[in-house]
Design a protein around this ligand. Structure first.
Ligand code: ATP
Ligand code: MG
Length: 322
């Protein structure tokens, strides 16, 4: 089995526009553009994670450039810490191979995470686009188009991807479940997956794959592997600590971090949320405790020991209030 097939998100990644779930307007607009491929403008894809932006860019590349599309496509992460100079160099080198085979109208440069670039970086990118536009078309990808400077936006045709709705996600999950011959409890199971992933199809498929390890997809098997349940557990642990029950809080924290392998900083993030929704005897003190341990974890101190000490301090607040 090819490695990609181990991961359902890759195995079931659409290879044709017609397989793209939802995103109806986008499909129609792209189809029109495809009628005059050689006049393709630069494109800007904006939208939430797991909605099909990278997938669509890959489909376009295949449709325009044919079977050797990979040779004529440059995929870069624009927010790469090595900076805009690396982007410029790679695009220059790539554009220089101007052996223009029959049927290859131009090269495609797909730049992901453009909204993470600095304004200076984006201004430089604008120049790079101008310098190379004869032989290269750009597909810029971002989560928020508001993070893209106006002059870049105005050089592109903008496509707004939307968060996928529950009906489309459910239908897609059901079709994968069928192909994988999974046992499942239907809408209850798919509903739980949607609830936990809110229209991010990548996350939804990953969650279903994780839940399938238990033999059947049910709302229980989904909840036991989803972040929603991790969050609920952290809330419970912080509640126990603030009730002064240090031992119980500690045991559950160790179980959560060791058995479920949740990162300690996620624990702190959820703990912070928990403070917001719990009745805390001394809120200011509780928050300063969390901040202190957040700092220590970043410094690389032994995480389990630090979280244990944090729970001890939180339960001291709880005890005092009794
Ligand atoms: N509209 C869609 N139709 C079908 N599958 C999709 C769709 N959107 C996402 N997927 C599935 O999720 C996976 C990830 O999608 P993709 O890489 O296109 O997301 P993205 O929008 O680029 O997200 P990110 O912003 O996180 O990069 C795909 O491999 C595919 O399995
Ligand atoms: Mg992507």
């Amino acid at each position: 089995m090819p490695i990609e097939d181990l991961m359902w998100v890759e195995k079931y990644r659409p290879s044709d526009l017609s397989e793209l779930v939802d995103q109806v307007t986008i499909r129609q607009k792209l189809k029109q553009l495809m009628e005059k491929k050689e006049q393709l403008p630069h494109l800007l894809f904006a939208g939430p994670p797991g909605s099909g932006k990278t997938t669509t860019a890959m489909i376009l590349a295949k449709q325009i450039l044919g079977e050797h599309w990979r040779d004529y496509t440059l995929s870069l992460n624009a927010s790469d810490e090595r900076g805009i100079d690396v982007v410029r160099e790679r695009i220059k080198t790539f554009a220089r191979f101007a052996d223009r085979r029959v049927g290859i109208p131009f090269r495609l440069a797909i730049l992901d995470e453009c909204d993470e670039m600095t304004n200076d970086g984006q201004t430089a990118l604008r120049r790079i686009m101008e310098e190379n536009s004869e032989h290269t078309r750009f597909v810029l990808i971002c989560n928020y188009s508001s993070g893209i400077i106006e002059p870049l936006q105005s050089r592109c045709v903008i496509f707004r991807f939307k968060r996928l709705d529950e009906a489309s996600v459910t239908e897609h999950l059901a079709s994968i479940a069928k192909k994988e011959k999974l046992k499942h409890s239907g809408d209850a199971a798919f509903g739980a997956i949607y609830e936990a992933t809110q229209g991010d199809l990548r996350q939804a498929i990953n969650l279903m794959q994780a839940a399938s390890a238990s033999g059947e997809i049910t709302s229980e098997s989904v909840n036991s592997v989803s972040g929603a349940s991790v969050k609920a557990r952290v809330f419970e642990i912080i509640g126990l600590a603030l009730d002064g029950d240090f031992d119980a809080a500690r045991t559950k924290m160790v179980e959560l971090t060791r058995v479920y392998g949740i990162p300690e900083r996620d624990f702190l993030r959820f703990a912070n949320e928990a403070l917001g929704s719990l009745k805390v005897p001394d809120m200011a003190k509780a928050i300063s405790i969390l901040a202190e341990y957040d700092y220590r974890l970043v410094q690389g101190s032994q995480p389990e020991l630090q979280l244990t000490a944090m729970l001890a301090q939180l339960s001291a607040i709880g005890k005092k209030a009794e």
